[in-house]
Design a protein around this ligand. Structure first.
Ligand code: UDP
Length: 327
């Protein structure tokens, strides 16, 4: 297939591009490079620097390329920032996303894999979380992704759009060439590894009074290459059926912030000092996925089952790219 990947220079998008190319798909890579890195985009994919909200330019991209499907990963993704700047999240993730949808339909492209999130669930009342669990986001990031999911439902009904939303839990780890490099870095594992590299003095732990066994938040860490492979399976699924639903992507096991730090100490062999701070606004205490639906319907099976191997892959990449893509 000829596939447009938005957010193609980002952490997950760049690895989706890499996996699609490995599977012999043609890829057009699009990113505004606000957060992404040009160097992260596989050289086989033609690269276009553009906004998903720019109707004219985006239309030209569809006109110039015989696209058959879109993997839409371009987004604003920081939970804490979304609490103080919600407009940025609704504008990019919802309004600009709708421009992408409308452009797709204008050029008769009706297959979409959408990068959604566990944040759509809010504070879950049962663990592991199944897709049928009520969605009640507690931050604008999750809300903006859920609103877009709802737009997809109605576009499916009204215009025959075929889509799959992939609700990622905590993406982590690195492939051989590509890894996580955000500025500022807000995610736990890269922040922990920065301390191991000696680039920061300590890890700040946000909240030790959550209703969990050690008081820190519990998350389900899933390797970024496993997430990328799910996109390929989702695209295949869209070719043979009218899917139009959401699938969780997680390992089904939760680790607390303290457990992540302890595992990183084991992997790196370096003592990693911590400083405890108050809770970060918008953080649900526990998010752990049931991914049974993705397994049974998409044929997805995560290859990286252990937190240790996930952190090990991130550590290898971070040691070779001590300043991310800037070197
Ligand atoms: N966290 C932390 N220190 C950090 C970064 C994150 O204690 O430097 C915590 C955060 O509060 C959350 C968990 O680690 O409970 C995972 O956060 P991350 O930002 O990696 O992913 P999120 O679950 O927010 O998408």
């Amino acid at each position: 297939m000829n596939i447009l990947v938005t957010g193609a220079a980002g952490y997950i998008g760049s690895i989706v591009v890499q996996e699609l190319i490995k599977e012999r798909h043609s890829v057009v890579a699009l990113d505004n490079l606000k957060h992404g890195h040009r160097e992260a985009v596989s050289p086989e994919a033609p690269f276009i620097q553009a906004e998903i909200g720019g109707a004219e330019r985006l239309g030209q991209v569809f006109k110039d390329n015989k696209l058959e499907a879109v993997a839409h990963l371009a987004a604003e993704v920081q939970v804490e920032e979304s609490m103080s700047a919600p407009e940025k999240y609704f504008r990019t993730n919802l309004i600009c996303g709708m421009n992408l949808l409308d452009t797709m339909l204008r050029y008769n492209v009706n297959k979409l894999v959408f990068s959604s999130t566990a944040a759509v669930y809010g504070n879950p009342d049962s663990i592991p979380i199944e897709e049928s669990h009520p969605t009640m986001p507690i931050n604008p990031y999750g809300e903006s992704k859920l609103m877009f999911e709802k737009v997809l439902d109605w576009y499916g009904y009204a215009y025959g759009l075929k889509f799959i939303s992939l609700r990622y839990f905590n993406a982590a780890g690195a492939s051989d060439r590509l890894g996580e490099d955000h500025d500022p870095e807000t995610h736990l594992i890269p922040n922990v590894l920065k301390v191991a590299l000696g680039q920061c003095q300590h890890v700040v732990v946000f909240g030790t009074d959550h209703p969990t066994s050690d008081g820190t938040c519990i998350r389900d860490y899933i390797h970024v290459s496993d997430i990328a492979r799910a996109h390929i399976l989702a695209l295949k699924h869209l070719e043979r059926s009218q899917a139009n639903k959401a699938y969780n992507l997680g390992n089904g096991r939760g680790y607390s912030v303290f457990e992540v730090i302890e595992t990183a100490r084991k992997v790196t062999g370096i003592s990693i000092p911590v400083v405890n701070r108050p809770r970060r606004p918008g953080d649900p205490p526990v998010l752990v996925a049931s991914s049974e639906l993705a397994k049974s319907e998409l044929g997805w099976e995560p290859e990286y089952r252990e937190l240790e191997t996930i952190i090990d892959s991130a550590w290898r990449w971070q040691k070779e790219h001590t300043h991310g893509y800037r070197e």
